[in-house]
Design a protein around this ligand. Sequence first.
Ligand code: GTP
Ligand code: ZN
Length: 352
Amino acid sequence: MSLIPTLAEAIARARADLRMGLPVVLGDHLAAAVETLSPERLADLRKLGAVVLVLTGRRAETLKARVYDGDLARVVLPAEADLRWLRALADPAGDLMTPMKGPLETARGGDVTAHRAAIALAKSAELLPAMLLVPAPAPDGLTRLPAGAALAQLATEAAMAPVAAARLPLMAAERSRLHIFRPDDGGEEHYAIEIGDPPRDQPVLARLHSACFTGDVLGSLKCDCGPQLNAALDAMGKEGAGVLLYLNQEGRGIGLANKMRAYDLQNQGFDTVEANHRLGFEDDERDFRIGAALLRRLGFASVRLMTNNPRKVAMMEGHGIAVAERVPLIVARNPHNTGYLDIKARKSGHLL
Ligand SMILES: Nc1nc2c(ncn2[C@@H]2O[C@H](COP(=O)(O)OP(=O)(O)OP(=O)(O)O)[C@@H](O)[C@H]2O)c(=O)[nH]1
Ligand SMILES: [Zn+2]
């Protein structure tokens, strides 16, 4: 029956539910995001059974909690644990002010598929990766997902469909077109700016730019995104041909709210990589398959890629786009971004 939501559609609903503070059903567990949960709903979840707090291995490491499940840890809730206690474990903002949160008891053994799916859902909803799980029968009205299938679905690539395109003269290049692409899984739309009319049978000058509201729009001095965006468009304008993908993967895929949490940690002295880890994320949560898929949809098989990030080159080649050349994209340093750029070179392998 085509009117019943598919698994991908049910996952999109689950993301919206979690962002509003509504629990979802993952197999035989109820799952709720710590970040958005209300005290009333926490109390009701606790009435249903033994609640565990699921954190990523990264966050558990910061909290010195034993990790038995590889990439995640299940923290057993003490009787007195309230929402403040849970939020303090989920959100590193207060780690330095109140460093002693433990000792934390973590569970071991048993099936953690639902727990792993819960963390993947939180990340895809751009919430803090901290979830409460309780084994309990599903109440009516909540979004239900089979845990294993949801986990697999969250790792699959969404199909991208072109939605609209129009001529858009730019300061950097008058002959430009903006193309909008929409994924079939309810996720973010992504954009392609095609400059001139690049021949499809030759390597095109290309840039995969990840959204940076602070750098691209506000002119933040903390990163190099805004100047890189402008320099890439200028180079394509000068050459008369190119394609810039504007991928809505803000904050290397953690979302703008989490990026601001990361900036707050950076103001406390942690670097860009450490800040992501303390929040429970990997340093880069982006899905680079999207970029390759968009290039293919636009008819390109080979690029001259403007980047300093060797991982982007490897990812393109791994996903079927030939990189004929890496074109460095070095922009000016300033006193605010020089440390950030050094860390990218030292820890993320950027060639700067
Ligand atoms: N989490 C996090 N994201 C950041 C921070 N500073 C910038 N970003 C994000 O990092 C991304 C930068 O993306 P890009 O410039 O496309 O990629 P890159 O990996 O630096 O590689 P290049 O192609 O060499 O620029 C954007 O999504 C920014 O929002 C930070 O301190 N923390
Ligand atoms: Zn930036």
